[in-house]
Design a protein around this ligand. Structure first.
Ligand code: HEC
Ligand code: HEC
Length: 309
């Protein structure tokens, strides 16, 4: 234990030497000063000579008598405690002290304590199945607080989405895929959705026609709609011919009841005419593996809850 004690928090040799010399020097100086006040000064005979100043209590001549004796014992005691302290604890340059105590030692002790307490937990999170993690209320609580800290500003407190800009993460509808791997990738690498605006290509009337077609798709009554041709030509490559979307491109389904940007005609028309470029920032550098795994467990749980109901 003593041989591995870190000494990085102690000063280097050169300064250590100076600190030791100065400390010992000032302790000796202080000791000498106290001694001279109480014992050596009497030897000068000043108190006995014809002192002219006021005389108190019959024999106390001002300026000539040492202070009361209990002061001496107080000073003596503090000096003794200082010397004892410097023998036991680090303080005298690089002398580690008889007790071998150090802040570095304390730190490594508390790190070891931390590892003992949470190391197992980290391992459990890394190796346990998502089901195991989800079943652990303690872990889900940790996941929740990570979510609150890093994600809620955009996705809402409960991940319910916000302002038709930030997707709901609690429904079973995943733009980029709802598998654990896809969700993990969304978190680690972020997502950049690109849908250009189609107004220059389709023109005003074309946008309105396709918007209406998309609306009919949603309602399941698009058969024979004149917009189908344009849709097949310009949209089906990403959103699939039936409008089911393509998670690899982040192209959302147009036929489910979930919309990212709102299901009003205006919102749909805006998406088609002007385009949408949703950006999910990457968190791979900001969160560690344990945190990301907990978030994946938390978010897949949310999807499951919805799917089960
Ligand atoms: C290059 C692939 C691509 C093409 C082509 C494309 N889209 Fe998109 N579309 C996307 C992506 C990606 C998003 C999601 C944008 C986002 O998340 O910000 C999207 C979003 C949308 C939305 C918003 C959905 C919602 O839930 O709010 C609508 C509506 C839409 N597209 C319709 C169309 C139509 C109509 C066409 C053809 C004229 C078309 N898209 C062509 C990739 C494409
Ligand atoms: C700055 C705002 C912002 C923050 C912070 C943010 N996100 Fe997102 N996130 C978005 C946006 C915007 C999208 C949608 C991107 C798109 O249009 O495709 C998204 C998409 C996602 C998706 C994909 C959803 C799907 O349907 O496939 C997941 C998963 C996700 N975020 C998880 C998280 C998690 C977990 C955090 C916290 C670590 C987080 N996000 C923090 C803005 C944010």
């Amino acid at each position: 234990m003593q041989t591995t004690m870190p000494t990085a928090d102690l000063p280097g040799d050169f300064w250590a030497g100076w600190i030791a010399v100065l400390t010992v020097g000032s302790l000796i100086g202080l000791g000498w000063l106290v001694y001279s006040i109480y014992f050596a000064a009497n030897g000068s005979g000043k108190a006995e000579d014809g002192h002219e100043g006021p005389v108190w209590d019959g024999n106390l001549r001002e300026g000539a008598q040492p202070p009361p004796m209990w002061w001496f014992w107080l000073l003596f005691a503090s000096l003794a405690i200082s010397v004892l302290y410097l023998m036991l604890y680090p303080g005298l340059g690089s002398h580690a002290g008889a007790l071998q105590w150090s802040q570095g030692g304390r730190l490594s002790d508390s790190m070891a304590e931390f590892e003992a307490k949470f190391g197992g937990l980290r391992q459990l999170v890394a190796e346990g199945s998502l089901e195991t993690l989800r079943a652990d209320p303690e872990l889900i609580r940790s996941a929740r607080s990570i979510f609150h800290r890093h994600c809620a500003a955009c996705h809402g407190d409960e991940g319910q989405g916000q302002a038709q800009r930030f997707p709901n993460l609690t429904d079973a509808e995943w733009q980029w895929g709802g598998s654990a791997a896809a969700i993990e990738q969304s978190i680690r690498q972020g997502r950049t959705a690109v849908m250009v605006g189609w107004l220059p290509v389709l023109g005003d009337a074309g946008v309105k026609q396709v918007t209406d077609y998309v609306r009919q798709l949603q309602e399941g009554s698009a058969a024979g709609h004149p917009g189908q041709v344009r849709y097949g030509q310009f949209c089906a490559a990403c959103h699939a011919p039936d409008g089911a979307g393509n998670p690899i491109l982040g192209a959302p389904s147009l036929i489910d009841q979930v919309t990212l940007y709102g299901d009003s005609i205006d919102a749909i028309e805006y998406s088609i005419a002007i385009g949408r470029t949703g950006l999910m920032p990457a968190f791979g550098e900001r969160l560690d593996n344990t945190q990301i795994r907990l978030l994946v467990a938390y978010l897949t749980r949310a999807g499951e809850v919805k799917r089960e109901s």
